[in-house]
Design a protein around this ligand. Sequence first.
Ligand code: JHZ
Length: 392
Amino acid sequence: MNKFFLDLGKQPLANNYLNFYKKKQTKYNLKLFYNTKTKMVSISKRIPSEQMFTNNYPYRSSMSQTMRNSFYKLSLEIKKKFKVNNILEIGSNDGALIQNFHRKNVIGVEPCNNLAKITSRKGYLTYNKYWNYILAKKIKKKHGKIDLVYSANTLTHISNLNNVFKSISYLLRKDGIIIIEDPSLLECIKKNSYDQFYNEHIYLFSAISVKKLLNKFDLEIFDIKKLLTHGGSLRYYIKRKINKNFKKSSNVDKQIQEEIKFGLHKFKTYEKFSKNVKKSKKNLLKILDKINKDNKKIIGYGATAKAVTVLNYCNIDNKLISNFTDMTPEKINNYMPGRNIKILKYKKDILKSYDYVFLGAWNFKDEIFKKERVFIKKGGKFITHVPTPRVI
Ligand code: JHZ
């Protein structure tokens, strides 16, 4: 049974950056639910994938050094630990992972044409398609079974998870491996980062819910790694139950126990989270109002999907945050979805015209602080809402 716990208001499509401010942009309810049977946390409103993952999708995985490093390190681990001949990546984006492998060893699947083109042009075989059973059949017919299926920050975007795993299982070699990674529900609740919820994130996974889901397909988690990416993610290493090549690591039960100890399996945890989120909104607005009254200027750093949730939930406009800045070509000169806040092209000295920086990409705080040493030295301040609204 789905139990409602938080209403994040009406939200525009998170990655729909328009080149003008459209006051009457279509918005959708963003309500969060906890399923007592599957233990899955999800949003209620499902928007057709074709509306969200367009042929001009603006998110590129390679835009941060942190993510490039993370994918590079994983590629080394795969090469060392798993002797695989072929790898399939679901949601290969702009190739941040696959570029670390030889072209003949990897297949990308990417529904957004502008991203698929980037990897195709570099000579990587990329299916510009949505991941589903029909595609799995086509790939198997052409390339045979796959040794390793990888997917980062993609499966939580697909409504029909049964179809996702049925298709992966169909294509995977008997002793093949699946590696998936996504933001951790535990970290999200702990950090009160309600901005992990937007219309693209249909689910947020926990080890508890993933274990339950995999069970239906005779699959099981044999290792879990905690990652610092995206504010705290989990990387799940998965195999068929009949595959005895890998021993189950103690990390799996450790993670599940940690989640149980925190109460992820209890509805009251989500009710408490909901209260904290409302408090966070109030306190963030207090900080921004005060800065505004002092006639100081704020710029947002990182025009993230997460920031779209914050701005629209807290009803923040350009009186409070004058602009955002971002390096992504597809976002520059456009407006934050649903808001009259323009995104400016990132330049080295852009921050000097502002007194405060709101961390839209708080998950890259360390990388940003390193880059903006001069602004910090000169007394520039940052604002974040994670885990609690404050000035740093
Ligand atoms: P970032 C996206 O969420 C959407 P977002 C998606 N649905 C998803 O699941 C996650 O990613 C994984 C910019 N930036 O990664 C680049 C700079 O300009 O937090 C990006 O636009 N300068 C697929 O949007 C944004 O910030 C910098 O120095 O919440 C970061 O977006 C750095 C470090 C980043 O994901």
